[in-house]
Design a protein around this ligand. Structure first.
Ligand SMILES: [Fe+2]
Length: 330
């Protein structure tokens, strides 16, 4: 190696190491804060699946019906937000969300990587909107992906609903990931580092609700229990349906056991299986499929809209299921 090479080598190594560096963040670094208000109304939308070839105005008009009915304090989209969407479509979708002047957040589903942008671009864009909100309130987006934390997934963060100085409830937003490529396909699962993240970041003394995309395998146990005891179903009588087998990961990574041991989470809300809509009180935790928000990909046209999760001042939960049809906006 020449003298010049000897001089440059340590500098290049230092640059590489800093570029590849992984940071260990503290629990507080993942937390965003939002004010709790009495009888807080969270509108869950799910599986919008919007893409470039869609009639977006029709989707917006349709979802506006649900949002108007819900009168939410927060909108949460539980994944599969986009499918075959470009950056322009994604930005337009976020502009539409912002137009409601309501706080909103989202997590990713397995289809959100099937777009004309990378997940890293998407998280970067959402981090940017969140920064605008924190800087001058010019966004309503709550989102935080620490891209250099080396935790599996791209949307693991917590929104603390604050009552004065104290966290009243934690909303735990997690990425249930996409496909299990190393296991030769099938759906991915919550990885051990995410489970460790939950253990470290969720406060046992504060009740919490979780939002993610692919249901945990235990959703099957919940449905089996509800078939034996219909009173466990929390939808209006006769409306909680399972019309398809849950498409869970084949591998159970043991997350539910950790959640139970922690004792904080009392409701978890997901999507993924478009024609299931039940909420079941299983083992002290509400397992809730969302109501699909658009007619994209596959859907039951009579099961479209959204759900309001009502969080009362005593932390009890109740629900309003909202249904609309596209015939109302065509
Ligand atoms: Fe989906």
């Amino acid at each position: 190696m020449s003298k010049k090479g000897l001089f440059l080598f340590p500098s290049i190594m230092a640059i590489c190491l800093s570029a590849c560096a992984v940071k260990n963040y503290e629990a507080k670094d993942y937390v965003l804060k939002m004010n709790y208000s009495d009888d807080f109304r969270i509108l869950q939308l799910t599986d919008t699946h919007v893409g470039d070839k869609d009639n977006m105005k029709l989707h917006y008009d349709f979802m506006d019906l649900t949002i108007k009915d819900a009168n939410p304090d927060l909108i949460v989209i539980t994944g599969d937000v986009f499918t075959f969407a470009s950056k322009g479509t994604a930005k337009e979708f976020f502009n539409w969300l912002e137009g409601h002047n309501v706080p909103w957040t989202l997590t990713f589903g397995n289809h959100d990587e099937q777009c004309f942008f990378s997940i890293d671009w998407l998280t970067g864009y959402l981090n940017g909107l969140n920064a605008k909100r924190e800087k001058d309130g010019s966004s309503h987006c709550y989102f935080k992906d620490l891209q250099d934390d080396n935790i599996q997934g791209n949307s693991n963060f917590i929104i603390n609903l604050m009552n004065g100085e104290n966290a009243f409830e934690q909303l735990v937003i997690m990425d249930s990931n996409r496909y299990n490529y190393k296991g030769y396909f099938g759906y991915d699962y919550f990885h051990q580092d995410q489970i460790d993240w939950y253990s470290r970041c969720v406060e046992a003394s504060v009740p919490s609700l979780m939002f993610y995309h692919i249901p945990l395998p235990e959703v099957r146990d919940a449905w089996a229990a509800a078939k034996e005891d219909q009173s466990l179903i929390l939808n209006p009588v006769g409306e909680g349906q399972q019309n398809e087998e849950p498409c869970n990961p084949d591998y159970n990574s043991g997350f539910y056991k950790v959640i139970k041991e922690k004792g904080s989470t009392h409701g978890m809300y997901f999507g993924h299986d478009h024609i299931n809509n039940y909420i079941i009180n299983y083992d002290g935790i509400h397992f809730g499929y969302g109501i699909k928000a658009t007619d994209r990909v596959y859907a039951d046209d009579s099961m479209l809209g959204g759900r309001v999760i009502k969080l009362a001042n005593d932390h009890s939960l109740s629900y309003e299921d909202i249904y609309h049809t596209y015939a109302e906006v065509k």
